[in-house]
Design a protein around this ligand. Structure first.
Ligand SMILES: [Cu+2]
Length: 637
């Protein structure tokens, strides 16, 4: 089954790349930074029915290393020809994986870099680890603006599998030109001794393992309750499409709900439009460290393979991801997306204690669609949950290894936490932006800001107990930079003014946001301009297919673009195709317990129906039925 939003197949990638190579022979060594489906107009998706074969087109970002030039390109896959070709002056594509893999060799081949490493106590280069840092727009001495450069930090391992983050080389940063394959500058300071302790966490390194965890098995003797066809998943009343995009990672689209024979659209598309991880340490080797994991590193290409019994439990179905490497060769990441069901406690319950002494209780169950991205030291698990009552939830799980900095013996870090002797984990943030193209019963929606407020004492509220929902329509992009308010339990309700429920109210879904930090970088700073999206919890824009990435399509070495620019159009937002952009995340003040590997931190949000249904849509969930002792029975029953 082919869906219009299906990712490119291996054959389609191969064809698109071949068409570019033959159509643009003047590029002697084109690199393929991004190769993805060029999505058809939304109407083609709205009208799609299973069985229909959509037209296929590819979108590519091509980088010519020799000419240091970036191109965007579209290829019609049925005609086998380039339909669009544009040079993008001054644009740097994301740092490419092949560039990252070359950094170590570039450093080792540079005599000045080798001498600097020796001065910092690293005589043996065999166990050197080099990490890439996007450089932003802060100037580098001796490097002309516009030149493609990557900064790099160094770590030392004691053996091949050792955790290098235990021994960062302090006060030493290399600036590398990946096109020339040279070290163009060295930011060198006073050597700091390597921290003394190892930081390994594999089962063989941590000492005796606990022995009192007994087996916990999930069994589904009749199989799971969902079906997967191509990239389309059907579970209960839900139907959705899922894939891994090279930039955004796990993407949902075409999410609908079958309600009494009527298929109702809810969410047209959702993906991480950008995320930024700024570090809050001012030292010479940290002041520039911030990464836009989507736009600067192609987050989606870092998706890993999942394994049964480890990443997911139960009756699992997997989808592979096929992504192009930078040579344009399709690479298959086996089991990149995990699909399974989880028991989630009770869905609803009431015990009729007065008259029947009987409880009515139903089990909650959720469909889980997940993928895990490993980007440098960190893992980002993206988990979408679908529930029996119409709720959709997104959760990011943050784990992996915190970024580290060496400090002198006895020194207390000013902007971080000691996680091991002489090892500082600097404070930082992880701020995600989820682009939510909602489509509540059709494309034309309006967003209301809803606050629960108490009214002052006065006529009609003599006792001061009145609580009302204060609804404020967000009518224009001018007024569509919004903040969470925990005190009023603020939510944003997306309604369709053209469709009403049985109370005559427009049907809606509400975004229950993650009440967390926004960007802490000072206003006016380089980063505040580049990560403007992260300064507000919510933005609303009118749909434009060119607006997909909250910090712009090409944030690498770019002074700032994206949503802050788009909203200057001041487009109207009433009863039209709107897009919500929710910024959420954490200000991570590392704990000793985050070392040497960090237990999952959870951030996310929910979308809940509000008058979308006329009553609780999960009344028809049957009472728990099990086998033998599994079914529920009242005490003494
Ligand atoms: Cu963190």
């Amino acid at each position: 089954m082919r869906h219009p939003y299906d990712p490119l197949t291996a054959d389609e990638i191969t064809e698109a790349v071949a068409v570019v190579r033959s159509g643009r022979p003047e590029l002697t060594d084109p690199r393929f930074a991004v190769v993805r489906t060029d999505p058809p107009p939304k109407d083609a998706v709205r009208g799609w029915e299973p069985g229909a074969t959509p037209a296929r087109s590819a979108f590519l970002v091509v980088y010519d290393r020799a000419g240091a030039a970036t191109y965007e390109c579209r290829v019609d896959l049925s005609a086998g020809k380039i339909t669009d070709w544009a040079h993008l002056p001054g644009v740097q594509p994301a740092i490419m994986i092949e560039e990252i893999m070359e950094l170590e060799a570039i450093v080792k081949a540079d005599p000045a870099a080798v001498a600097a490493l020796a001065r910092h106590g690293v005589p043996d280069l065999d166990l050197l680890q080099i990490d890439p840092w996007s450089t932003g727009t802060l100037p580098v001495d001796g490097v002309a603006p516009g030149r493609r450069v990557i900064r790099a930090s160094a770590y030392v391992r004691e053996f091949a599998e050792d955790n290098g983050y235990a021994r960062p080389v302090g006060n030493l940063i290399f600036v590398i030109d990946p096109n020339e394959r040279t070290v163009v500058a060295i930011q060198d300071g006073d050597p700091i001794p390597l921290p003394p302790e190892s930081g390994n966490y594999d089962a063989g390194s941590v000492g005796p393992l606990r022995t009192d965890l007994r087996p916990l098995h999930i069994t589904q003797p009749d199989g799971p309750s969902f079906a997967v066809e191509g990239n389309v998943i059907a579970w209960q009343r839900w139907r959705l499409h899922v894939h891994v995009d090279a930039v955004e990672g796990l993407v949902l689209s075409d999410v609908s709900y079958l309600d009494g024979g009527r298929r109702r659209s809810i969410l047209h598309r959702a993906g991480i439009s950008e995320m930024v991880v700024p570090y809050g340490d001012t030292s010479n080797d940290f002041y520039f460290r911030n990464v836009f994991d989507a736009g600067e590193y192609n987050l989606g290409k870092t998706v890993g393979s999942l394994s049964l019994g480890c990443d997911c439990l139960g009756e699992i179905r997997y989808l592979d991801a096929v992504l192009a490497d930078e040579a344009g060769v399709p690479q298959t990441i086996v089991n990149a997306i995990c699909i399974h069901e989880e028991d989630y406690g009770i869905l609803w319950k009431h015990w009729n204690f007065r008259y029947t002494d009987q409880p009515e209780v139903r089990r909650s169950r959720r469909l889980v669609v997940s993928a895990i991205h490993t980007i440098g030291n960190y893992e980002y698990g993206f988990f979408w949950y679908f529930y029996l009552d119409g709720t959709i939830q997104f959760e990011a799980k943050l784990t992996g290894i915190v970024q580290t900095r060496a400090v002198a013996p006895g020194e207390t870090p000013g902007f971080g936490t000691l996680v091991a002797p002489q090892l500082d984990a600097p404070n930082h943030q992880h701020l995600f932006n989820m682009r939510l193209d909602l489509e509540v019963d059709g494309p034309d929606n309006t967003v209301l800001e809803v606050d629960a407020v108490g009214l002052p004492i006065g006529p009609g509220n003599e006792y001061g107990n009145a609580i009302v929902a204060r609804k404020t329509e967000i009518t224009n992009e001018r007024d569509a930079r919004r903040a969470c308010d925990a005190a009023t339990a603020r939510t944003w309700k997306i309604v369709n003014p053209g469709v009403t429920n049985r109370f005559g109210e427009p049907v809606g879904y509400k975004l229950v946001p993650f009440v967390g930090p926004t960007l802490l970088a000072a206003p006016g700073s380089d980063l505040a301009n580049r990560a403007e999206f992260a300064r507000h919890h919510l933005w609303v824009t009118r749909y434009d297919p060119r607006e997909m990435h909250a910090a712009g399509d090409y944030p690498n070495q770019h002074p700032g673009d994206g949503i802050g620019e788009w909203v200057k159009q001041e487009r109207g937002l009433v009863n039209t195709d709107v897009v919500l952009w929710h910024t959420f995340g954490t200000s991570h003040l590392p704990r000793p317990e985050d070392w040497p590997i960090m237990p999952c931190e959870y951030v996310g949000f929910t979308l809940k129906p509000v008058g979308f249904f006329d009553r609780n849509p999960s009344l028809d969930v049957p009472p728990p039925q099990g086998h033998g002792e599994d079914h529920c029975h009242p005490a003494g029953g």
